[in-house]
Structures are given as C-alpha cells and as structure tokens.
Design a protein around this ligand. Structure first.
Ligand code: KIV
Ligand code: ZN
Length: 512
C-alpha cells in the first residue's frame, strides 16, 4: 500500500457553502490556480447542478488547470451527472464525484428510498458516469451514521460499477477518532473489492474533531483526505488542509505518510482564501492563525531566542510565513516587487504586475514601510476586483466635534463617473449613505468590524462588513491606512458581491 495521501481540496465547493462565502468566477479561478501551485492533487471546483454560475465557474477552472484533477459534484440523478460532465469534459484530468446518502435517517426522511433503491441509484449513477470518464468518485453521504454492513454493500456495488475512489463522509461531524478509525478498518476488511479503489474520508468539524478524525482514518488506511483551506465549509467547517498536511509533515514518526503539497504556499493560500471569502481566520487557529507562531510569555520568548525549537514545533518559513517582514518602500522598483511577490507565492502576469505596482506606489505615498500583509491586500484588490460594477474614485469626509459629518463621494459605475454628497451620524455613516444613494442600493448593514492589518500607527485598517438586500447577504472587505476609506472600500466590495449574487442566483442544492 502506498504511503502517499491524495489531497482533495473542496474549498471551492464545500468551502463555498460556508455562510456568506460565495465567490465570483474570477475569484474562483484565481484560487484554483493558487491551489494548483500549492500542489493539491484534486480540486473539487463546484456543484454544476446548483446554478448556471457554478457550471460556468467549474468549466472555466477545468479549462485552465493542467496538472490538477478537477472534480465536479453530482447527485446520482442523470441530469446532475450530465451537468457535471458538461462543466469538466474539457479538463486535462476530469473526475465526476457522485453521492447519495446511506444512513437510515436520510433514507427515511430525506430520500424516502429503501436500501435496495439506494444501492441501485448508486450503481446506475456510477455506471452512467463511467460512460463519460474513467475517473469516478462515489460518496456515501452521512456514511459515519450508516449501518456498517450496508455501507460495505454500497461501496462494493459502486466499485463493481466502476468507482475508482470511494469516500466515507462524516457529514454531520458526529464521529470521534477511535470510532471513525474503527469504521474505516471495518469497511476495508469487509468490502471484498476495496483494493480496487482509493479509500477517501471527508470530515466535518461540528465537534471540533475533523482533523483528528481524518488523521485517525489515515492511520487506519485511508489514502485520500478531503479538506478545505482554513477549514471553511458547511456549518462548523471541514477538515483543514493546513492541519492535515502539517501534522503529516511534523509527525512522520507516528504518521508515516506524505503529500504532494508545497508547504511554503500554505500561508499565502490561506490569506488568499480569507481575502476572497471575507471570512477571517481566528487568531489562534492552528498553523495559519495570526498568533500561531507568536510567543507572548517572557519565558517562551527567552527560550525561542536561545533555540527556536524549545517552543516551536514547526518553522514559520515552512508554511511560507516570511520572518523578514519589512519589505519594500517608496523607492522600490517593479523588479523588486515582482521578486518579493514571487517569494510570497504570487506569480503575476505583466498586466497584473502593472496594476499591483500602481497601487503599491499609491500606498507607499501614504505608508512608509510596505509589509507582506499590505501586499496581499493590494494583490487581492488589484487583481480580483477588476470586474466590479462599482469602483471608488474619490472620497472626502468632514467630521469633528463641531461639524455635521459629511461625505463627498465619486464612484465609477460601469465606466460612468457619478458623484454626490451626504450626511450621517458619523463620517462612516455619511460615506455609506452617500454610496447607497449613488448606487441606488438599499442594503442593510448587519455587521461592521475593524482591525489593524499589522502593528504600528501607520498600519492599514482592515474593515469587514456584512450586508443584506432582498434576502441576499454578502461580506465585503476593504483595507487602507485611513479607516474611513477602508470602510468605504469594504462597503463597496460588499455591494459588488451583492450585485454578483443578484446576477448569479443559486438554485437550492437539495441534499447538500
Ligand atoms: O459532507 C458531505 O457528506 C459531503 C458529500 C457531498 C461528500 O459534502
Ligand atoms: Zn461535506
């Protein structure tokens, strides 16, 4: 048996199911390219039956990636499989991923199907998918709560029908490690043809055990781990890629399995996902949290200064965290910028570099030292937001103890410049009111938070907003040394995301 674990990344599918995490096509393409660079083996690019937007995004990703397998999710219905295939048929390495629930509770209440009918649906789906491509993954949704012998029966039938990977999900995050490892062992020992397929697991984090369960499954013989960057995903999320990869990397003595991941791209990829989705990483998150390598206690700092390994089990550089944070300034040239961005994991085209360079110079006029976090914001804003409907051209606010807060705003709305002025309870409120007037939008501000990207009084403020309009919600993010400008940028970003959602309605994905 091989000791290599296949990394199947589902940030673009299960991750995108996180509340408020929807991404537009340009953002998905950017992330898929970064995941390929990171070295994931399979990218689950989406669920094409869910919406036209999903199908289009999966299709664009399939057309772009050269080395990585591109999987599309489908229920066992023929129409779902046809849409999945339509989206990935031109991929260099396509994979159809079909699934059906196998637990009694799902059979009785959701599917209203008997066990025989479920086996039949699984077999028919795999056989049909096999007429389209060789590479078929079959998943037993709610597998961890399914009857063990029925699970073995479904897997055996799916493999006989042509499945090349079988995936055992802990859909509701109910399993605990020992029990899950035991289940993996049982299925491996009681499914006669199991050797003909790769054994995969897919864990959710409802009890905070997704990583532990996945590692236990790998110890018990699983050889594919389904994961997301930063652990984002449905409800409490999925197993996080960085935790699995770094656990295998750090604990080779206990877990002798390897992955194809280039760990130096873990940190930039994590930042990219949080910038794109607007979902911040909690500071104490393992591996990629802001405090994951910070030592606060004096005794720890003293130890680290004497020998890093006293309190550090991994080197920050291994995950691509730059220890040399002071990077560039006003006089730095395009070449230095390109080289530094490369080191950070961003390999930009000349056109993209020009855009980033322009923004970098603008920021360097306001801020003396540009650090990695600043560059990340520029890259994300400069490259990913070029297809925005609303763009900020100009903002001026007056506020203070004796004046009525007022904002003058100029926006570019699809090539047309418009401007106006308005009042509010404070300068941010005034800016938001004026932007809402200019864009003709009526969103409700559900959340507003602000944090500093780095230390120092010239740090950029990073603002996150959550907006709701006509039942749609979207997150917006913006950064700038001026917190009112950062707020306006975040608000406009949120409005752009709402515009995207309005033009890409998501059909209810039954069964997910
Ligand atoms: O959690 C789950 O069961 C899933 C399947 C579709 C694999 O996401
Ligand atoms: Zn899932």
């Amino acid at each position: 048996m091989t000791d290599r674990v296949t990394i199947f990344d589902t940030t673009l599918r299960d991750g995108e199911q996180s509340p408020g995490a929807s991404m537009n096509t340009a953002e998905k393409l950017r992330l898929a390219t970064q995941l390929e660079k990171l070295g994931v083996d399979v990218i689950e690019a989406g669920f094409p039956a869910a919406s036209e937007g999903d199908l289009e995004a999966v299709s664009r990703i399939a057309g772009k990636l050269e080395r990585t397998e591109v999987a599309a999710l489908a229920r066992t219905a023929k129409e779902d499989i046809d849409r999945a295939w339509k989206a990935i048929r031109h991929a260099a390495k396509p994979r159809i991923h079909t699934f059906i629930a196998t637990s009694d509770i799902h059979l009785e209440y959701k599917l209203k199907m008997s066990r025989d009918e479920v086996v039949n649906a699984a077999v028919e789906a795999v056989k049909y998918a096999k007429t389209l491509t060789e590479n078929i993954e079959f998943s037993s949704e709610d597998g961890s709560r399914s009857d063990r012998d029925f699970l073995c029966r479904v897997f055996e039938a799916a493999i006989d029908a042509g499945a090349t990977t079988i995936n055992l999900p802990d859909t509701v995050g109910y399993a605990v490690p020992e029990e899950f490892a035991d289940l993996v062992g049982y299925v491996r020992n009681h499914t006669p043809n199991i050797g003909k397929a790769v054994f995969s697991v897919h864990c959710h984090n409802d009890l905070g055990l997704a990583t532990a369960n996945t590692l236990a499954a790998i110890k018990a013989g699983a050889r594919q781990a389904e994961v997301t960057i930063n652990g984002i995903g449905e409800r409490a999320g999925n197993t996080s890629l960085e935790e699995i990869v770094m656990a295998l990397h750090t604990r080779q003595n206990i877990l002798p399995a390897t992955t194809n991941i280039n760990t130096r791209f873990i940190h930039p990829t994590s930042r990219l996902v949080s910038m794109i989705t607007g979902i911040m990483v909690q500071p104490n998150k393992a591996i990629v949290g802001a405090n994951a390598f910070a030592h606060e206690a004096g005794i720890h700092q003293d130890g680290v200064l004497k020998n890093r390994m006293t309190y550090e089990i991994m080197k920050p550089e291994t995950i691509g965290l730059s220890t040399n944070k002071l990077v560039l300034g006003k006089h730095s040239g395009r070449h230095a910028l390109r080289e530094h961005l490369k080191e950070m994991g961003y390999d930009l085209s000349s056109e993209e570099l020009n855009l980033v360079f322009e923004k970098f110079k603008e920021l360097a006029d306001k801020k003396k030292h540009i650090v990695d976090e600043d560059l990340e914001v520029i890259v994300t804003e400069g490259i990913l937001r070029t297809s925005d409907v609303f763009k900020l051209e100009y903002l001026h606010v007056t506020a203070g103890t004796t004046v009525l807060p007022m904002a003058s705003v100029k926006l570019n709305i699809q090539g047309r410049s418009v401007q106006s002025a308005g009042y509010g309870n404070g300068p941010i409120d005034a800016a938001f009111n004026t932007i809402a007037n200019l864009t003709g939008t009526e969103s409700e501000l559900l959340r507003f938070s602000i944090s500093a990207l780095t230390g120092g009084t010239d740090a950029q403020g990073e603002v996150t907003v959550r907006l709701r309009e006509n039942g749609l919600t979207a997150l917006g993010k913006g950064a700038d040394p001026d917190i009112i400008t950062a707020s306006a940028r975040a608000y406009i970003n949120g409005l752009n995301r709402l515009e995207y959602l309005k033009s890409h309605p998501i059909k209810e994905a039954a069964g997910l």
